[in-house]
Design a protein. Structure first.
Length: 127
């Protein structure tokens, strides 16, 4: 149940943003072996001048997820995201900055405020 945030300067049309959202989320679901409908994602667009990243970065993707994934799973996530964005939207790989924030299961209250470590999630965190 990762939470995904995509931040960028405004200027892309709605259909491109929807495609961006879906491509990123598809990569997250595939690489982390999630159930297909486990999608929690938002896009935040900034007015020009209000979003600044070191060159060449133009898109910041933040994935907040439970701790436990291996380095190999994270590498697969990074690769799937940038390759998918390049193949489908022609977004250069070096323009995408990806950061993962990991949290222990007990740090999330879900399904009515129950700590996530007390719930059967329906997917394996230790991949």
């Amino acid at each position: 149940m990762p939470l995904v945030k995509i931040e960028l300067t405004e200027g892309r049309d709605r259909s491109s943003l929807i495609k961006l959202r879906d491509l990123v989320m598809d990569a997250v679901v595939e690489s982390l072996k999630l159930v297909p409908d486990d999608r929690n994602i938002r896009i935040i667009e900034y007015k020009p001048g209000l979003f600044q990243m070191k060159v060449p970065y133009e898109i910041l993707i933040e994935v907040t997820m439970f701790s436990g994934r291996s380095k190999a799973a994270k590498k697969k996530l990074y690769k799937l995201i940038v390759e998918s964005l390049f193949d489908n939207l022609k977004i250069e790989k070096d323009k995408v900055f990806i950061v993962i924030n990991e949290q222990p299961l007990e740090n999330r209250g879900i399904r009515g405020g129950i700590p996530a470590d007390e719930i059967q999630l329906g997917f394996n965190v230790n991949i």
